[in-house]
Design a protein around this ligand. Sequence first.
Ligand code: FE2
Ligand code: FE2
Length: 212
Amino acid sequence: MQGRSVTEEDYLKSIEELTIYSGYATLSEISKLLGKKRQSVYDEIGILVNRGLVVRTGRGKYALSDSGRSEANRFLRKHRVAEILLWKALKLPWETLDEESMGIEHGMTETIIARVCEMYGCVFCPHGNPVPEADGAVRDMDDMGFDEVKFFSRAKITRIIFETREVLSFLGENRLIPGSQVNIMEGRMYHGGSDEVVEIPDKIARAMRYHR
Ligand code: FE2
Ligand code: FE2
């Protein structure tokens, strides 16, 4: 990501992902995700608020407006199809796809997208997130967050909603992908069989969604 120029689309994507993960986005979280100085994040957010794409939802808290969200989804379409291309065609490692796609996603035309979809299918990105339609519409996912699922004894991962390097590395190392099953005991999440059991930290468990 170093040296890469950060665009308005990157801001919208980060704010949307942070909002899905923790309910809102803060300047420091956005600056961490994008590797930009806090002051430039502050300036850019001001511009996006003026343009009606971002709204302030509380002190230091930001989220996308409806038009900002549909703009973000149009970009997430390119991003998620780029991930599919890098995974299926180039066989890049699963945990690097979010980051690697940042180099090519801006150039994903509808012609390229149509071809990737034809060859590999593009309902979901490799992390289980739905690929939006060209008009920004995105299918509803009927899955549960950690706070809902922690009362059950087992669950299946449906998607990774917060695709950071830290989250994806942990999941990649432990071979946890959409479809993998996890066990829950007294509100804590575990993975593995009889020989080795790995506890999944709360922070990582909250970065995923589940089905029973
Ligand atoms: Fe991604
Ligand atoms: Fe993804």
